[in-house]
Design a protein around this ligand. Structure first.
Ligand code: CO
Length: 212
């Protein structure tokens, strides 16, 4: 009998649940009662960059938000809700923005092609590109230019996190979370840390709220 692709997912799920139950009989009871992840992961939606698999984390260990090109956009109510919940309720200690080399979103933002509604999202990356145009365009190879913008984009998104009142308030009141910018390599599976911001890091005063 031919098994349809989505039916395979359900069969695999059953096998996984049984295996999990056998190796750790309390697993589901424990996790169904509460979650207390130490990490919030903001990553790219790309199917090749699964947050838990590449970090060896188990269910319950990492709270995840993913979008195209791992952006932190200050009008994105979805991202802000995840961030607020993770920081204020789950009290995560680390927020990780993880991009990846060869990111299609970053690549698409660097050309003039009209992609439809996604243009609005990619514009956020175009803005980052414009700010760093000279150093990026100095590189002769397209792949290198994409990868450089990928790293710069991650730095910018970490900075965007630090600009939010959610992060500034938690830094002030609870001395957390620690912010990290990472880039994952599709070629070798290795994550390269590119920047970090400890709680209380000084940012441009223009973005610092003085009455939190
Ligand atoms: Co991507």
């Amino acid at each position: 009998m031919r098994i349809l692709s989505y039916e395979k997912l359900l069969l695999e799920n059953k096998a996984w649940a049984e295996e999990q139950q056998q190796s750790d009989p309390q697993f589901f009871t424990r996790l169904s009662q509460q979650q207390s992840p130490e990490f919030l992961w903001i990553g790219c939606s790309d199917s090749r960059v699964p947050a838990d698999k590449i970090t060896g984390t188990e269910p319950g260990e990492i709270f995840v938000h993913r979008n195209i090109a791992n952006l932190v956009v200050n009008t994105d109510i979805n991202m802000l809700s995840v961030l607020q919940y993770a920081v204020e309720v789950l009290k995560v200690k680390h927020v990780i923005v993880c991009g990846h080399y060869g990111c299609g979103g970053v690549k698409a933002a660097m050309n003039q092609h009209h992609y439809g509604i996604i243009n609005h999202w990619l514009k956020n990356i175009k803005d980052v590109y414009r700010l760093h145009r000279e150093e990026i365009d100095a590189l002769p190879l397209e792949d290198d230019r994409v990868n450089m913008l990928t790293e710069i984009n991650v730095r910018e998104q970490v900075f965007n996190l630090a600009k939010t009142s959610i992060i500034q308030k938690a830094w002030k009141e609870d001395n957390r979370p620690h912010l990290h910018g990472w880039v994952y390599g599709l070629n070798d599976g290795i994550i390269k840390p590119v920047c970090e911001m400890e709680p209380g890091t000084k940012i441009d005063p223009l973005y610092e709220y003085d009455n939190l």
